[in-house]
Write a protein that binds this ligand. Structure first.
Ligand code: UDP
Length: 391
């Protein structure tokens, strides 16, 4: 008999799983509670460019398997992401590098520190801010204090809602290293590009199959209480499925029985302005002084597409604590990386694992992980290669 699966969520993870299932003849029903496809990658075409409605999504990866998969569903344009931070009245390139050092320090000092950085870490390498803070050399340690204070402290305090960003998981700040060269590209991955017709179009193509049914704007109440480790099927809305792939919030799935998990959210405030070549990059970070973290100018995508752009969609990002009752912060974007939150997540993970014959919890929210797009695609492909339903 033809297998049938249900998927909750039409973001990257849900869509990739749906496509892999459809490719081998499995019938798929996707239920998406938002009124659009593509999850957090959702974008719209405006002002001759694409606006990413849930924050900038710039594809980058070193994973060839992921690239081979998505190349089936879109054409791509090269796009090298650049970021600047507003520090002491000027925009400096981020990740902080030897060029940024020349902006922030007098030249005699910049020269001396550059040489010390090269001697200690080797030219061309990139190091964690924690390494600079730990250095025995006073100049390097002072630079570490400066970069931490000017780039990381304010931004991370706002983004994560903490007084001491050094208390959060080290992997978070390590996403943005310090470079011992003058390379101002935000990412160093081998593959960096954007879908020519936008992410929503790409995700639409991924799930475009007669084997896949999708319902958007459909907030499904899951019969989680009826799941047991001995079931071989799960019944949803009177229909039986051989497996359920759930990509939503894992605490919500289990009715918060182990307590609520914390997430960080963002409020996106949109403006439109005339295009200005004075804005140096798509993303401008504001670590200090303001209550927002980032201003994003989406006209850079239109420019990369070779289009004429005379207006810009400018979006200012204000971080806040996720709260389903607060309309400004009712989308969960980032899991919180405190030890306590991770421990609570482990309890839900254990629960989910005990039901693995009919349930797989996956994706950024399901796994409570800081997945980039390529991580989400890679994890979904990996999951499909191992899950019994695909064999
Ligand atoms: N970060 C920072 N200052 C910056 C850029 C990043 O403190 O100018 C820290 C901050 O904690 C942020 C993390 O590094 O959450 C990861 O940055 P990334 O650009 O990867 O964030 P994303 O684009 O995923 O929100």
């Amino acid at each position: 008999m033809t297998k049938k699966i249900a998927i909750i969520g039409a973001g990257i993870t849900g869509s990739v799983i749906a496509r892999c299932a459809a490719d081998i003849g499995i019938n798929v029903d996707i239920f998406e509670k938002r009124n659009h496809l593509a999850g957090n990658c959702y974008d719209i075409e405006e002002f001759n460019s694409f606006t990413h409605k849930y924050g900038p999504h710039l594809f980058h990866t070193g994973n060839k398997k992921v690239v081979d998969f998505i190349k089936r569903f879109s054409q791509f344009i090269p796009y090298i992401h650049k970021v600047h931070a507003f520090v002491d009245g000027q925009f400096i390139p981020i990740p902080y590098n030897l060029k940024s050092l020349e902006f922030t320090h007098p030249s005699y000092l910049a020269k001396r520190i550059s040489q010390k950085l090269i001697d200690e870490f080797g030219f061309g390498n990139q190091v964690s801010i924690y390494k600079l803070l730990d250095s025995a050399d006073l100049d390097i340690k002072n630079l570490g204090d400066f970069v931490y204070k000017k780039i990381f402290f304010g931004y991370s305090s706002k983004q994560w809602g903490v007084k001491d960003p050094l208390s959060i998981n080290k992997n978070v700040l390590d996403r943005v290293p310090v470079r011992i060269n003058r390379n101002t590209n935000y990412f160093l991955d081998q593959y960096q590009f954007l879908p020519k017709n936008g992410y929503t179009n790409m995700l639409k193509n991924i799930i475009n199959s007669e084997k896949i049914n999708i319902k958007v704007g459909y907030n499904l109440k899951l019969p989680i209480d009826k799941l047991s480790s001995t079931n071989t099927q799960i019944e949803i809305n009177g229909k039986k499925y051989d497996h359920l792939f759930y990509t939503g919030k894992v605490d919500e799935l289990f009715s918060y029985c182990k307590g609520k998990l914390e997430y960080r959210s963002l409020n996106f405030v949109e403006d439109e302005f005339c295009f200005s070549s004075k804005r140096p990059s798509l993303a401008l970070n504001y670590p200090e002084n303001f209550d927002f973290t980032r201003i994003v100018d989406y006209s850079f995508i239109g420019i990369a597409l070779g289009r004429n752009v005379d207006k810009s969609r400018i979006v200012t990002e204000y971080p806040g604590r996720y709260d389903e009752n607060n309309p400004n912060f009712n989308e969960a974007f980032y899991p919180l990386f405190t030890k306590e939150a991770q421990e609570k997540y482990k309890l839900y993970e254990k629960l989910a694992n005990s039901l693995s014959n009919t349930l797989t919890v996956c994706g950024r929210l399901g796994k409570y992980k800081y997945f980039d797009m390529d991580d989400a695609i890679g994890a979904a492909l990996n999951l499909v290669s191992k899950n019994h339903i695909f064999n």
